[in-house]
Design a binder for this molecule. Structure first.
Ligand SMILES: N[C@@H](CCC(=O)N[C@@H](CS)C(=O)NCC(=O)O)C(=O)O
Length: 215
C-alpha cells in the first residue's frame, strides 16, 4: 500500500490538484476510487470514516484522513518541503488559494458541471452567470501571469497546483477555449504540462465511478 492514498475520481479537478502535486513531487501515492455517481460520499458511514464534509479529495496518510485541497496542499508543502512558498510568501499563497477556491476553480467547475454533467440542460441565465464569473476570475489570473512564469513569481508552488485543477479538462467539457481566450494562462498551463510527473487528469486518476459528461 502506498504511503499517501488519495480518494478521488477522474472528473474531479479538486482532486487533480492534489494528484498532480503528489506525482510531480515524486511521492509514493496511489489513487483510491469512490463511487461518486452512486452517492458513496453521501453515505453516513463513509462520511464518518473518511470525510464528514462528504467530498473528494481526501488524503489518507498513516490512518489520518484530510480534506479540502488547499489545506491538503499546504500540509504537504509543510511536511515534505516540496513546492512550498517561501516563508514571506505564505500570506500571498493563502490569498491566491482562497481566491482560487472561491472564484477561479469554483466558477469554472460549476460552469462545466452545469454545462455537460446534469441530466437536464441548465437554464441559460445560470450558464450566463457562471460564464461571466469565469471570464472575470480567469481575466484576473491571465493578467497576473502575463508578467511572471508562476503564480508567486519565478518558482512553482502549491498555488500553481491549486489553480491547475480544471485547466487540463477538454474545451468540449468546460465550454472555454483557454488557448484562444486566456493566452497567459495557456502559456502557464504549458509550463505545468512540461513538468516531470505531469499526467492529464483522467489518466492520473483512472479510478472510481466518475460523473461523465452526459450532454
Ligand atoms: N473546496 C473543496 C471542494 C471539493 C469539491 O467540491 N469536491 C467535489 C468533487 S470535485 C465533491 O466531492 N462534491 C460532492 C458534493 O458536492 O456533494 C476542495 O478544494 O477540496
Amino acid at each position: 500500500m502506498a504511503h499517501y492514498r488519495l480518494y478521488c475520481i477522474g472528473a474531479s479537478g479538486n482532486a487533480y490538484k492534489v494528484a498532480l502535486y503528489l506525482n510531480c513531487a515524486g511521492l509514493d501515492w496511489e489513487p483510491v476510487g469512490v463511487d461518486f455517481a452512486g452517492g458513496q460520499m453521501r453515505n453516513e458511514a463513509w462520511r464518518a470514516s473518511t470525510n464528514v464534509i462528504g467530498e473528494v479529495p481526501v488524503l489518507e496518510v498513516d490512518g489520518r484522513h484530510m480534506s479540502q485541497s488547499g489545506a491538503i496542499l499546504a500540509w504537504l508543502a509543510e511536511t515534505t518541503g516540496k513546492f512550498a512558498p517561501d516563508h514571506e510568501q505564505r500570506f500571498e499563497a493563502l490569498r491566491w488559494m482562497l481566491f482560487d477556491n472561491h472564484k477561479f476553480t469554483c466558477s469554472y467547475a460549476s460552469h462545466r458541471f452545469l454545462g455537460v454533467m446534469t441530466a437536464e440542460p441548465s437554464h441559460p441565465s445560470l450558464m450566463a452567470y457562471f460564464k461571466a464569473r469565469v471570464e472575470n476570475a480567469f481575466g484576473i489570473v491571465d493578467k497576473h501571469l502575463a508578467s511572471r512564469p508562476f503564480m508567486l513569481g519565478d518558482r512553482l508552488t502549491i498555488v500553481d497546483f491549486s489553480l491547475a485543477g480544471y485547466v487540463f479538462y477538454p474545451p468540449a467539457e468546460t465550454g472555454f477555449d483557454i488557448e484562444a481566450q486566456f493566452p497567459a494562462i495557456d502559456a502557464w498551463r504549458q509550463r505545468l504540462a512540461a513538468l516531470p510527473g505531469f499526467v492529464p487528469p483522467y489518466e492520473l486518476m483512472n479510478v472510481g465511478n466518475s460523473v461523465m459528461p452526459v450532454r
